[in-house]
Design a protein around this ligand. Sequence first.
Ligand code: SF4
Length: 263
Amino acid sequence: MCTDAKRTDSPISNDFLSPATCQQLVTRKQPDQNLHQIELPPLVTAQRIQKLQQYLLQWYQENGRDLPWRHTQDPYKILVSEMMLHQTQVDRVVPKYQEFLAVYPTFETLAAAKVEDVQDLWRPLGYNFRPGRLHQIAQYVVTQCNGKLPNNIEGLMALPGIGRYTAGAILSFAFQQDAPILDTNAQRILQRYFDVTGDPFRVPAKKQLWYLAERVIPSGKGYVFNQALLDFGALHCKARNPSCGLCGLYRLCPFGQSQLAAL
Ligand code: SF4
């Protein structure tokens, strides 16, 4: 069975009911992340980035998983899938995702439900704080946002349970933006391939990885490239026993070379 990534969102903000309206959130610009100040590892070159893009897109075309949330661009359904995938493996999420959407197909139906009923339906997935947050989001979106999820990072991250990873996933999978995502799968691939050193959850490595997650997206292909990153990390460049011997990136990848040299 494949290993799926842990979604690595930040701790939850509960200030989403502050006076900032949804419209204000939608029209604000994304925060300046001072990306130009980031010092990058020497292996980050345009040529290596291009090779990564080409290889992952090709690999995904041949090996990508057929998952139900890849058949929709409905922001609500993408949100449900991303909330369910937090810390939970794909094969457990698939049946619950379908069951959940059959009962609560829209923000409106979810917002109108009793939170206890939503929690009961969700319970076998674990991490049972998530349905309450999803219910809160639905109520907020229905009452404050005209039933529409914000389509920018700041608006999304003001919602409970949505950190930078989930916001990026929604922007790229629901709104077709070239937004970066960095779960543990993407993090691992980028860290190995570009030889990013240090703790990926702390600066400077964390900043470098977020920069790279944005920089490696081929223009206009955020949806497919980010899906490729997720699957490549889950199925091929795994945390344990990565398939370096079968990987077309091997000659450019210092981690892959060290793995094979050790055999
Ligand atoms: S060579 Fe190995 S570590 Fe490098 S990208 Fe490929 S599978 Fe991952």
